[in-house]
Design a protein around this ligand. Structure first.
Ligand SMILES: NC(=O)c1ccc[n+]([C@@H]2O[C@H](COP(=O)([O-])OP(=O)(O)OC[C@H]3O[C@@H](n4cnc5c(N)ncnc54)[C@H](OP(=O)(O)O)[C@@H]3O)[C@@H](O)[C@H]2O)c1
Length: 261
């Protein structure tokens, strides 16, 4: 566990959904987690952890997943649920090593402020009871959305990559705006960011569509309409390319990792 493992561990513990001492953790370099001994149950090996855990979260890079699965396999409880935080490796490949209850869970970085849009999918062995239990744990980070396995890729683009897309799009907007004003960069960012959040809240609270927001602001022949016209003319091609490229990259990453199985 490092970035994502650490984040979900802290969220589970801080929220109180799982008691600190009911959380077992392991890392291939034990020295990295040794300082956490006073808070959690630090296990010396993945095998030791597998002996004790009812739900095993695997929070490693795709290339390391097979190795971890092989380590936990001989030690797992019969009824254990394995949860992979990686969306790329298919159930079919994971089941080649551990033929058990398996889920995939993809949190988003907005979990940091308890507003994750966490995606989950389950293999055929997972019962409704287990789904309910896992969902209730993941809910401590925000919303939980169940998808079929074959939609986890696009789903991940929409919630897991999206904070990165949104940040880079609005970074470009702020940068270009700055060329036309003496308002400080800090103020430009603050105004755009607050307007972004407020627009989202407006849509969610008033159940408004994107088109409704546009038509409320962009009066016929007005200034906003001029900008909206450019977005509609130029941006669809860019958005299409973003998804074509990221989905292809996702496919190649999965292919490379699954070759190890
Ligand atoms: N980016 C996203 O939005 C997102 C969202 C959800 C999930 N994910 C997925 O989450 C997974 C983890 O990503 P990350 O960024 O957290 O990776 P990371 O920062 O590299 O952390 C992986 C950790 O796993 C440890 N590890 C590797 N092999 C191990 C083994 N055999 N036994 C025990 N520990 C081992 C590593 O140890 P060392 O420190 O010794 O290398 C490292 O601490 C990835 O599969 C990623 O796809 C990503």
């Amino acid at each position: 566990m490092e970035v994502w493992g650490k984040m979900i561990l802290e969220k589970f513990a801080e929220s109180g959904i799982i008691k600190y001492k009911e959380l077992f953790i392991s890392n291939r370099h034990i020295e990295k987690i040794h300082h956490l001994t006073t808070l959690y149950n630090v296990c010396k090996t993945n095998g030791e952890l597998a002996k004790k855990a009812d739900i095993i979260f695997i929070c490693v890079r795709p290339a390391d997943i097979k190795f971890v699965l092989e380590e936990i396999k001989p030690n797992m409880k019969d009824d254990a649920l394995v949860v992979s935080l990686n969306g790329s490796i298919s159930f079919e490949h994971i089941e080649k090593i551990v033929d058990c209850k398996i889920a995939k869970a993809i949190p988003s970085v907005t979990a940091e402020v308890n507003q994750s849009q966490t995606l989950v999918c389950f293999n055929h062995r997972v019962a409704d009871y287990d789904k309910k239990e896992l969902n209730s744990i993941l809910k401590c980070m925000g919303n939980v959305i169940e998808l079929p396995e074959n939609e986890m890729g696009m789903g991940s683009e929409l919630v897991s990559c999206m904070p990165g897309f949104i940040a880079s799009i609005f970074s470009v907007l702020c940068h270009e705006a700055k060329k036309h004003t003496l308002i400080s960069e800090q103020q430009v960012v603050q105004m755009v960011l607050n307007t972004l959040c407020a627009t989202g809240n407006l849509m969610l609270e008033k159940d408004m569509t994107f088109d409704e927001v546009v038509s409320r602001v962009a009066t016929k022949g007005g200034i906003t309409e001029e900008g909206v016209k450019i977005v509609n003319e130029e941006f669809p091609a860019i958005a299409d390319t973003i998804f074509l490229r990221t989905l292809e990259k996702r496919r190649l990453t999965a292919q490379k990792a699954e070759e190890l199985f």
